[in-house]
Design a protein around this ligand. Sequence first.
Ligand SMILES: Cc1cc2nc3c(=O)[nH]c(=O)nc-3n(C[C@H](O)[C@H](O)[C@H](O)COP(=O)(O)OP(=O)(O)OC[C@H]3O[C@@H](n4cnc5c(N)ncnc54)[C@H](O)[C@@H]3O)c2cc1C
Length: 583
Amino acid sequence: MFKHDVFIVGGGLAGCRAALEIKKQNPALDVALVAKTHPIRSHSVAAQGGIAASLKNVDPDDGWKAHAFDTVKGSDYLADQDAVEYLTKEAPEVIIELEHLGVLFSRLEDGRIAQRAFGGHSHKRTCYAADKTGHAILHELVNNLRRFGVTIYEEWYVMELIFEGKEAKGVVMFNIGDGRLEIVSAKAIMFATGGYGRVFNTTSNDYASTGDGLAMSALTKGAATPNASLPLEDMEFVQFHPTGLYPVGVLISEAVRGEGAYLRNSEGERFMARYAPNQMELAPRDITSRAIVMEIRAGRGINPDGSSGGIYVHLDLTHMGKEKIMSRVPFCWEEAHRLVGVDAVTQPMPVRPTAHYCMGGIPVNTDGRVRLNGEELTEGFFAAGECACVSVHGANRLGSNSLLECVVYGRRVGRAIASYVSNRNLPDIDEKKYLAKAEKRIKDLLNQKGNIRINSLRQEFQDCMTEHCGVFRTEEVMGEGLSRIQNLKAKYSQIYLDDKSRYWNQELIEALELQNIMIVGEIILTSAFHRQESRGAHSREDFPGRNDQQYLQHTLAYYSSRGVKIDYMPVVINMFEPKERKY
Ligand SMILES: Cc1cc2nc3c(=O)[nH]c(=O)nc-3n(C[C@H](O)[C@H](O)[C@H](O)COP(=O)(O)OP(=O)(O)OC[C@H]3O[C@@H](n4cnc5c(N)ncnc54)[C@H](O)[C@@H]3O)c2cc1C
């Protein structure tokens, strides 16, 4: 059994920032971090456009309150405003800290950090490193982990959270390289496992974004009521990013529109004038994605031969000029060139919405303590970053607020953990019991004699989620989706693996991930089915209006093999009263 004071699952921005903070607070603490990839390959590395903070370098009229208001309005008033206040107040300080750690931000002429416009933000406040911001930040954080003496377990797959009574005690993990199983015991466990883009068939996320931490948490039995799991919060709110490169789904950053690109339909028209006349292309993502789908439905989508009636629209950079494109968004140019053969200096890029971000997640308080239910907290279990729901994004996240959440709450949760473990002992774990259970699971999967390939079942499931829980939703379509999901779940016991070895067996990992994808998908769809209103990214054609009377509440979904139980929890509103949302 491995023993550490603190064990962090996830090597992206949130996990790394927390690990660093714990060591800064108390260098004597034994802190370890695990990732199923190398930490530098966490999805954070792919973040492009930037990180928001009211530094006022470009726009002296900005301030934390304006940032907070934009965030709450963007969230369609579902964000918890105490959490947003902390996020936006701390933002300038965490950016300066990152800079002192060595992060190379893009600069203004006078040497200060440059800031650009982003969707839904009323001021130019997004700091960036060209269009490779995540890369710049994650590399420095991982370098610093080594400097501060954090133990790193790379390419270990965490299979289960060990949770007894109300307390997290450790995890079970599998070494992807040599097939070893290990139990880890720790005084505090933190999940920073990122998002679930791979639940859908078209996504900007990497292959590892399979919602493992969300599923593990949802499978954990809480002590509150017999058979109840730990809840997941607001899972119906899936962000579809407006500009996924067609047909691959890879992201073309919002920074491209922040730098001045236009969206055009098959008639060459800048159609956003119909949907958000003031903010145009820089309206928030939920509104822009819906606008694109409506244009496509109205027959103004584009076909590869340029005719009308197709299933994408154009992102037009051609008026921006080569120099601006190559200096501000070179990576996006390269992606379009490499993946679909478009030279954005002279040709428009084909784009359509792509599943991008998980607004919901593991419910936590502002110290990252995971909730047992609507009233109580767990012991020894923390979460931050995209897998957590604190909730600063509510029903719709503004671009460049997620990297910010990872560093602001990574730091805060790190501090909370450092003080939490100071008077705790290592928990007792029945090692044999957990090892035997995990061993059986691995062996059963390897020996399973089915006739369905993992990737065909995964594809079917992802197609089902995209068809039945996409940008627009209705009770009928979601109801059909839920019954299809039951059939697909039953097929899981009929998958088979070609590779029967335990060493570097990617199929085995994919089989474990597929189970997580299915659990998370069912929770998303059930949460969406029960919210009979339209708010932020959750858009019901059968309930087109927002209904504050009934649904100005967070959803809590409790998973069990018999189905998903839905409950609700109040929203913290202490600064801005809900208003109609117009752009
Ligand atoms: C293409 C793209 C561009 C983006 N651009 C921006 C942007 O410009 N600005 C912005 O604010 N946001 C952006 N986002 C969103 C933002 O990047 C993410 O929300 C954020 O980086 C998530 O960080 P994280 O630390 O929570 O998780 P991640 O960076 O996703 O890391 C998750 C970690 O958990 C580990 N892990 C997961 N499951 C397991 C398991 N079972 N066992 C062991 N380890 C596990 C993984 O290996 C990984 O290390 C972008 C997202 C994408 C996909």
